[in-house]
Design a protein around this ligand. Structure first.
Ligand code: 3PG
Length: 248
């Protein structure tokens, strides 16, 4: 049996402002930094250790893995930074306040943009300053690989190869793996791992900074999963994420 720990980054400045973030590279808040440390503490107390960590190329996930590994005295660990673990690109919504957007377009429409499987928000215009075309961290990619919007289906299509060609082989080779990523790149991974339907994935939310343990069989199929930490606090955090897209 294998175990993998998945973790959404701690609270970011745009989580705090309730803004659609996507590929925007915002940092953690002080609370987010504390969540990363707390995650390390919980993992240590539960007897976890790791051989390799995976994260995105966005600083909120990177700083989270730094905080967690620091707390576990594992800062020496190899860390793989893979753009394919980035948050789902939120297109023209990036930077907008979620509740204000719901007040303008309705809660239902915002739920579709946030949680539907195959309806992307409007794309960024090719000449929009918010595109990632000139960002040096994506210099090795073809222009067509750099999204200007994504639905979850698109995110699944890039997260899955990261799983298949990088993360899964590490697990099979006996490495203990920690992943620090994002709400929707983790929803993409979990949809695939648990075989969640396109309809049911609408109901899956991921809280910030909480280690989520997956126990996997020899074929890397999930046996069970659970969050470490206080379950009532996790339930409250899950509800809070779900209601971020509602008009106040
Ligand atoms: C974002 O990109 O805005 C968040 O990280 C995830 O947002 P969501 O929960 O609204 O999809």
């Amino acid at each position: 049996m294998y175990k993998i720990v998945l973790m959404r980054h701690g609270e970011s400045t745009w989580n705090l402002d309730n803004r659609f973030t996507g590929w925007t590279d915002v940092d953690l808040t002080p609370k987010g930094v504390a969540e990363a440390t707390q995650a390390g503490k919980l993992l240590k107390e539960a007897g976890f250790s790791f051989d390799v960590a995976y994260t995105s190329v966005l600083k909120r996930a990177i700083r989270t893995i730094w905080g967690t590994l620091d707390e576990m005295d594992l800062m020496w660990l190899p860390v793989v930074h893979d753009w394919r673990l980035n948050e789902r690109h939120y297109g023209a919504l990036q930077g907008l306040n979620k509740a204000e957007t719901a007040a303008k377009y309705g809660d239902e429409q915002v739920l579709v943009w946030r949680r539907s499987y195959d309806t992307p928000p409007n794309p960024l215009a090719e000449d929009d300053d918010r595109t990632s075309y000139k960002d040096p961290r994506y210099a090795g990619l073809d222009r067509a690989q750099i999204p200007v919007t994504e639905c979850l289906k698109d995110t699944v299509a890039r997260v899955m190869p990261a799983w298949e060609d990088s993360i899964a082989p590490a697990i099979r080779s006996g490495k203990r793996v920690l992943v620090s990523a994002h709400g929707n790149s983790l929803r993409a991974l979990i949809k695939m791992l648990d075989g969640i339907s396109d309809e049911d994935i609408v109901n899956l939310n991921i809280p910030n900074g909480q280690p989520l343990v997956y126990e996997l069989d020899a074929d890397l199929k999930p046996i069970k999963h659970y969050y470490l930490g206080d379950q009532a606090a996790i339930d409250a955090a899950l509800k809070a994420v779900a209601s971020q897209g509602k008009a106040k």
